[in-house]
Every structure is written in C-alpha cells, then in structure tokens.
Design a protein around this ligand. Structure first.
Ligand code: HEM
Length: 560
C-alpha cells in the first residue's frame, strides 16, 4: 500500500531518493555543525576567561575588570534558555555549579538572546542593591504582559511610553510609600487582617468537636480570604466566592506563561488566567457602578467593603485617571493579588508545618506556644509589637524564607556597572543593556555561607544568638547582607515586607492559640500517605515562596 503511494520515478530509480535524502539531511547536518561549533567556541571562551576571573591579581589594577565568564551553550540565540527551564527547584543551579566554581561569585548566561549576569557573591549582590544604574521596569513590563495577561498597549500606557510625565513608576512608588509602608498604615492593615481572620476562624468547629484536615490546605483558604478582603474589600469574595481556588490554579502555572512556553503546550495555564481575569473584570464593573466610578477617598476613609484598603483605592484612582479599561484593571489587580498571596500564604504554611512536624525538634511546638502566650494581652487580644519581637518565631520565619524563597531578583542595566567580588579582591564589569540577576537559591543555599547545620537543613533556631550582655537568646540576621534577601533589595525591594511579617506572625499566632493540633502524618497532594515531610513542589526557577508538594495531616479542635 505504502509503495503504491510513491511517485513512479521514485519506484524505478534510487537517484531521486538519494537526492531527496541529501536535501532533507542538509539542514540537519548544517544544524549539527552549527551546534557543535557554537558549543566548541563557547566552551573555549569559558575556559580562557575563567582563570582571569578567578585571579585575585586584578585588585592591584594589573588587569581591568571583565564581565564574568560566559557559561558554554550549544544553541545559538537561545543559549541556556532550555536548560534554565528545569522544573526541579534548584535543578538548573545544581547543574551549573557542578562545573562552574561557586567561589567565582558570578557568571554570564545567554537566555533567549539576552545577556544575563548572574550574581552570587554577597559583596556583588549588596552593591547591586545600592547601585543607581539599574531598573526593574523591563522585568515588570514582561510580568504584566506575559504573566498577568495585560495588553501591550495597556503596558505601554502604564509605564507612560507615549506620555512619560504620566508613567506609573513614580505614582506606584508613592502609593506604596503612603499606603503600604507607613507604620500607621501597616498597623491599620494588620488590624483589619486580624479582625477578618478572627471572624473566619470563629466559624471553625463552633460545636466544640474535632476534625481531620490537610494543614496547609485548611490554612490557605482562611488566609487567602482574610488577606484578599483586607486589601480588596469584602465584596470581591461575595461576588466571586471561588476566587481563591481559581487564583491558586493560575498561580501554579503563571511562570510557564511568563517564560514564553508556547501556548499550545500550556492551554490549561491560559484558561486558568482567563477565568480569574473574567471574574475580576466582572467584579470591577459592578463595583464601579456601586461607587459611581469614584472609590472612597484613600486619605479620609480607612477601609470600606467595595474597594477595601487605602492602598487599593489609591491604585484604583490612579488607574481611573489613566483611563484603564476594566480588563486592564483586572490584570493589574491580578498582579497585586499575586504580590499579596503568593509568598505570605505558603511561608505561613511552611512555618506551621515545621512547628507541628511530629518527626522534628520535639521541643519546638512547646517553645513556640510558650513564646506566643507572652504576646497575648490580658483581654485575650494579640499584642502585635510584642509578637513581632519574639526571637524564636522570627527565627522560624527567616529560616522558612531562607529555605523556601526561590526568587530571581532581576534588573536591567541602563549604564555599565562595576561590582566587587570577594569583598573587592576581584571586580567584574557588567555592560549596559544586559540583565543582572541575583537568584536567592544560590545565596540562601550556599553551603559555604550556611554551615551549621548544613544549608539544606531546616533549622528553626538558625537565627538565634545569645546576647553576651544579658545571656538571653536574641534574634539576629547580622552578617547576612547580600546572602539573604527574600524581599529583594534596593529601591525595588518588596513594598509589602513590613505588612507581610505582621500578617504571617499574626496568622500563625491566631491559629496556634485558637486550636490544638495533633499531627497524624504526611500526605501527597493527592491525599495519599507518604513517609517523608513535604518538600518543594516542582516549578520553574523564580516561583517566589515555593509551595509544598504535599501536606501534614492533622486532627484539630478548639482550645478550651
Ligand atoms: C513572605 C512574603 C513576601 C515575600 C517573600 C515577598 C517578596 C517579594 C520580592 C522578592 C519582590 C521583588 C523585589 C525586588 O525585585 O527587589 C516583591 C515585590 C512586590 N511585593 Fe512582595 N513579598 C511578600 C509579601 C508581600 C505582600 C504581603 C505584599 C502586599 C501587601 C507584597 C507586595 C509586593 C509588590 C506590590 C511588589 C512589586 C513592587 C514593584 O513592582 O515595585 N509582597 N515581593
């Protein structure tokens, strides 16, 4: 049958077949030669550059600083992009450090045509955060368009491409300063969050019984509801009760869209984003009708159910002035919801899971409870400043952020930058137009920096020290500059960091003081039993606080 389908001349002579074959093989041969030559050239370039980079003689001014060695690759233009998309957390970095010395403190990658300088020397990272010649704008624009589904025109409008006077950078910074970072506003937000969460938790086990739950799954629902209502107002969850579920389905797949995986392969991701955007757009249309296109003034009104916090209303006023469509606002709000929810909620989950882990430090749960009780006022309310100063609790939070935050701090270089390595014994020269990236994974898990216990181990008391004067245990992050940066750094540092710490610790305290937990064992995401404590769920590098690939099953009841 197959033979009959071939043209007659191909059946009678083998010459056309040979011609056809050689025609088909030429591009393959060409591609193979190109790949081999690219690999040979980039390997040779790397081998020649590495000794110069590692040499400490250039501090005497004998050698001028050079860009860090370019990691070899085989695919022209794409460079290391495909291997960078390793879904195992830390997988790409592990492969890189198998041949590139950690002591080098930096390297250069070609990622989809873009020269990307990767920093993991503490002195270089510290200096990067201080430098003025960098910006996060290009990264932000890409996240908005590829991650949160904003139109190209919307992104241009947001950043003021055609109207620089009205770009968002300055306005956004001012909104963060006035409504996310000022102490009184943070306290106000924490008060609202605590009130909403209390309301949520009061509904749990009202009859005094007990129940078995997956700890993180249970926590996530309550925490999402409380933080979303705090920032966006109560009405969003009344109108769109499955927002949490839809948001986390989107959150799981956001990076695959951001990294540009062809749509055909990730239809589910696009579908999940569309669903949340449709719901948020509908919410906006209704809310704008209710408030007659004029959300309550953020200066005078503390909180209200339609648009929630001052921070959110200040954003909405700005978007209104800039003439954003409801769809455009939905994308911007999805981005803000991502900022609020994607890190703080899993970080609280990891803390709870470690504290209640039946196979870990047997004294941890007891010590945490003792500390927490000292932060309760006589009337039973939480003393937030006291809570924020508890050494063990702060140490656990920081250890969770060290071990589970996988963030790629990314900046565009709009001028050449000269950075120190090894406290300045060596220097590197980064060229204008490139990207510079400080991956938290490489610094937070550097085995030469985090030694006792080893960097891969969760150690609740890692950030505790004995105060030589009082002999008491104190919390300290001293000596971690450039080695530990879960909130990023410099002028683009996370504006929600102060609230995030209060939110995480307040939530943890309310849960542990309100309920008794008995750990029953570990489970997979599917609910099937497993022997080991959950670890990091698969996802691309840069996921933020990485979610767990399972849960701790607990029996819970109300404390008497
Ligand atoms: C444990 C919790 C959190 C972690 C680890 C975290 C981490 C980060 C990081 C690493 C960045 C990028 C910083 C940089 O490039 O230097 C960032 C940006 C941001 N975060 Fe957070 N964050 C957390 C919680 C929050 C919360 C609760 C909010 C809101 C209240 C928030 C709002 C934002 C916003 C709006 C940005 C973007 C700022 C901009 O583009 O200028 N974050 N966060």
């Amino acid at each position: 049958m197959a033979i009959k389908l071939l043209p007659p001349d191909l059946l009678t002579t083998s010459a056309p077949i040979t011609r056809l074959l050689s025609l088909a093989l030429t591009p393959v041969l060409f591609a193979t030669i190109l790949i081999a030559l690219t690999y040979l050239y980039t390997t040779l370039r790397y081998r020649l550059a590495l000794p110069h980079h590692l040499s400490t003689t250039n501090d005497a001014g004998k050698l001028s600083p050079q860009p860090p060695p370019h990691i070899p690759y085989a695919l022209p233009f794409l460079g290391s992009a495909l291997s960078f998309l390793n879904p195992v957390p830390g997988g790409y970095w592990k492969g890189l450090l198998a041949f590139h010395p950690h002591a080098s403190g930096a390297c250069t990658l070609l990622l989809g045509g873009k020269t990307t300088y990767v920093l993991f020397s503490p002195s270089a990272v510290t200096q990067l955060f201080k430098s003025r010649g960098t910006s996060r704008m290009v990264f932000n624009m890409q996240v908005m368009e590829k991650g949160f589904g904003m139109s190209k025109e919307g992104v241009r409008k947001y950043w003021g491409f055609d109207d620089p006077e009205n770009g968002a950078e300055h306005h956004q910074e001012k909104i963060w300063q006035d409504y996310l970072l000022k102490t009184e506003v943070v306290n106000e937000l924490t008060g609202e969050f605590v009130g909403t969460l209390r309301h949520e938790l009061e509904e749990e086990l009202k009859d005094g019984g007990a129940k078995e739950v997956g700890l993180y799954e249970w926590l996530r629902g309550h925490m999402f509801a409380a933080s979303t209502a705090t920032f966006f107002g109560r009405r969003i969850l009344e109108m769109y009760p499955s927002l949490g579920e839809d948001f986390f389905a989107f959150d799981r797949q956001m990076l695959s869209m951001f990294f540009g995986i062809p749509k055909l392969f990730i239809l589910k991701a696009y579908k999940s984003r569309k669903k949340v955007l449709d719901g948020m757009e509908e919410w906006h249309v209704k809310m704008m009708e209710e408030c007659k296109n004029n959300p309550a003034d953020p200066e005078t009104v503390k909180w209200e159910p339609v648009y929630g916090s001052r921070a959110n209303r200040a954003r909405q006023h700005f978007y209104g002035r800039r003439g954003f469509t409801m769809r455009g606002r939905a994308s911007l709000d999805l981005g803000f919801l991502f900022g609020i929810s994607s890190n703080a909620i899993p970080a609280t989950g990891w803390m709870l899971m470690h504290i209640l882990d039946p196979k870990a430090d047997a004294m941890l749960y007891r010590d945490v409870m003792e500390e927490l009780k000292s932060a309760v006022n006589k009337d039973g309310t939480l003393n937030i400043p006291e809570l924020m100063s508890l050494p063990l609790l702060q140490s656990i939070l920081h250890e969770v952020l060290r071990l589970y935050v996988d963030i790629l701090i990314t900046r565009e270089l709009f001028e050449d930058l000269d950075l120190p390595i090894d406290d300045g014994k060596r220097r590197i020269a980064l060229k204008k137009g490139g990207l510079v990236m400080a991956p938290s994974w490489l610094s937070h898990r550097d085995e030469s920096l985090w030694v006792d216990p080893p960097c891969e181990t969760f150690y609740a008391r890692r950030f505790l020290k004995v105060d030589p004067e009082t002999g008491k245990q104190i919390f300290s992050t001293g000596g971690t500059a450039g080695k530990f940066f879960p909130f990023g750094g410099g002028k683009s540092i996370c504006p929600g960091r102060v609230f995030a710490k209060q939110e995480v610790l307040a939530c943890l305290a309310m849960v542990l003081l309100g309920f008794e937990f008995e750990a029953l064992g570990y489970v997979e995401e599917s609910g099937r039993k497993r022997d080991k404590f959950p670890t990091l769920r698969h996802g691309y590098s840069g996921s933020g606080t990485v979610v767990m690939d399972g849960d701790v099953k607990v029996r819970m009841k109300r404390r008497q």
